[in-house]
Design a protein around this ligand. Structure first.
Ligand SMILES: C[S@@+](CC[C@H](N)C(=O)[O-])C[C@H]1O[C@@H](n2cnc3c(N)ncnc32)[C@H](O)[C@@H]1O
Length: 349
């Protein structure tokens, strides 16, 4: 209704309509005054009102048409703006892909940007790219990638090695372990709890350094076979041995655990490097705790000990307990964290 009134006011048709209505009323009055019937007067009045109605409809239709035209114009402007935005986004994408700044100059070159502005733009482009890189890779991932490249460069591999990821020790951990081999005595004994890719890399490092041998304890037949197979493919079976060691119940520090069968490790003496990466947590709480109490007496003075996965609460607790308690006259000092592995040095009282 409101809109119809506005339409009426905004057009010349309402006046003509009003005039028609007044004329109709006048005609109706004249008809009655001249002795015409009321029916005739009513018909004249109705005709007049119909005329007004037509005017209203006409004016309203006219306004709708105007609004439609305005809307069409706005749509055209919007679509032109969208095209401009798309072009700008494309230009920015090109600019990001070309750190040389060439496309950047093309975008803003027309405005004869001076050297200072160009310098600022390049600085911010550099910041954007750095942010992008960090958005893609975390510091930790960059560290792992770099360790992986180092590992292959330093120790090589003539055949496929078991893949990293999942249960395997991380490249950073394996790189540190393999790098330590060169510092060990010629006849060094490296013991590993939990076999896998790390066994292969440690054996490769021993072969490369011409020193040391590896004994890996493995409770799982399938994984033992897999690691042995990988060692054989690399011609490393003379350097590393996988001992199948089913888990058996043991009580250490008043705690009950399942740990590698003693028959698999009781002959070991003079361990120079102990890498504790098993048994897995699924075996039970603090599943790696027994390693130090049970193998302490077999460690050489100054032996290196590494406990993997210390970002997990269980392993973090085990590391703290080992540091606090020591075992069998052996004390550990903390050598720091590499990736998710804590390294220690063991010394005898
Ligand atoms: C943490 S893993 C040892 C990994 C090994 N040190 C390495 O870096 O490749 C500990 C034990 O988990 C078991 N294991 C290895 N891979 C597994 C897998 N994909 N699923 C379930 N258990 C696995 C094996 O028995 C292994 O000894």
């Amino acid at each position: 209704m409101h809109r119809a009134i506005r339409a009426l006011l905004g057009s010349r048709w309402p006046l003509l309509g009003l005039a028609g209505a007044v004329a109709a009323v006048v005609v109706a009055v004249v008809i009655v005054a001249d002795g015409g019937s009321l029916a005739q007067a009513a018909i004249a009045l109705l005709l007049g009102l119909a005329l007004v109605g037509l005017v209203v409809v006409g004016a309203s239709a006219r306004e709708s048409e105007q609004r439609a035209r305005k809307l069409e114009k706005q749509l055209k402007e919007l679509s032109a703006a969208t095209r401009t935005i798309a072009t700008t986004v494309e230009a920015i994408a090109t600019r990001q892909n070309d750190p040389s700044g060439g496309p950047l100059a093309a975008i803003i070159g027309a405005q004869r940007v001076d050297a200072a502005v160009r310098h600022d733009e390049l600085i911010s482009l550099h910041d954007e790219l750095r942010t992008d890189l960090h958005a893609t890779l975390t510091e930790r991932q960059l560290g792992e990638l770099s360790a992986l490249a180092n590992l292959y460069a330093m120790f090589g591999a003539d055949d496929e090695v078991p893949v990293f990821g999942g249960f395997a020790a991380s490249p950073q951990t394996v790189l540190r372990l393999a790098s330590l081999v060169r510092r060990l005595p010629q006849d060094a004994l490296i013991v590993e709890c939990g076999s896998g890719g790390s066994t292969v890399w440690l054996a490769l490092a021993c072969k490369r350094a011409g020193r040391g041998r590896v004994v890996a304890l493995e409770h799982h037949e399938r994984y033992a076979a897999r690691t042995r197979d990988a060692l054989a493919r690399h011609g490393l079976d003379g350097v590393a041995e996988v001992r199948e060691a089913p888990l058996e119940p043991v009580t250490v520090g008043g705690e009950k655990h399942d740990w590698y069968a003693a028959s698999a490790w009781s002959d070991l003496r003079g361990i120079d490097l102990l890498f504790v990466d098993g048994p897995p947590g699924s075996v039970g709480p603090r599943s790696r705790y027994p390693a130090l109490p049970l193998l302490a007496s077999a460690l050489d003075d100054g032996a290196l000990v590494a406990l993997d996965d210390v970002e997990r609460p269980d392993e973090a607790e085990v590391a703290a307990d080992w540091l606090a308690e020591g075992a069998d006259g052996v004390r550990l000092t903390d050598d720091g964290l590499v990736g998710r592995t804590r390294f220690f040095t063991a010394t005898r009282d």
